[in-house]
Design a protein around this ligand. Structure first.
Ligand SMILES: [Zn+2]
Length: 153
């Protein structure tokens, strides 16, 4: 017997988002564009925040112990450490995103014939049917109460 997928709120939100992305981007081309846009928006925003933090707080070098203990109280020193840690984490994230971009460029160049795109559309419809589709709604109600769905009549 297959294990029941987790139904906690986080997982449910993930399933909905996952299905929506399939439903709204049912071709290889659209999935490529979607992934590319997501990656680029992530890079743009995280990079901008990192720049801003570095301007304000300097690079991610461990705050000198003296500075941390001298002027600042324990709470302030803790905040400062957290910011330095965040800067280091964001630098790592940006480096990884850069690597992912290099890999993604290689899958982004692929084009497939229209009949294969049609296969994508067909299977997308099976994997992620319209959530407001009547059958889907009924099934969903059977499985659990559905506070997220608009129709509660
Ligand atoms: Zn879960």
């Amino acid at each position: 017997m297959p294990e029941e997928p987790c139904q906690c709120p986080d997982c449910q939100r993930f399933y909905r988002e996952h299905d929506r992305l399939i439903r709204e981007n049912p071709t290889l081309r659209q999935q490529q564009e979607l992934s590319w846009a997501a990656l680029q928006s992530f890079r743009t925003l995280a990079g901008r925040v990192l720049d801003d933090l570095q301007k304000t707080h300097g690079d991610a070098e461990p705050a000198p112990a003296a500075a941390a203990t001298a002027g600042a109280g324990p709470a302030e020193a803790g905040d400062l450490d957290a910011i330095q840690q965040a800067i280091a984490d964001l630098e790592n994230i940006n480096a990884h995103l850069f690597s992912i971009e290099a890999l993604m460029e290689r899958i982004f160049d692929v084009r497939v014939p229209e009949e294969v795109e049609q296969k994508f559309r067909e299977l997308a419809g099976e994997l992620a049917p319209d959530p407001l589709n009547a059958d889907r709604l009924r099934l969903n109600r059977l499985l659990h109460q559905t506070p997220d769905l608009p129709d509660r009549s």
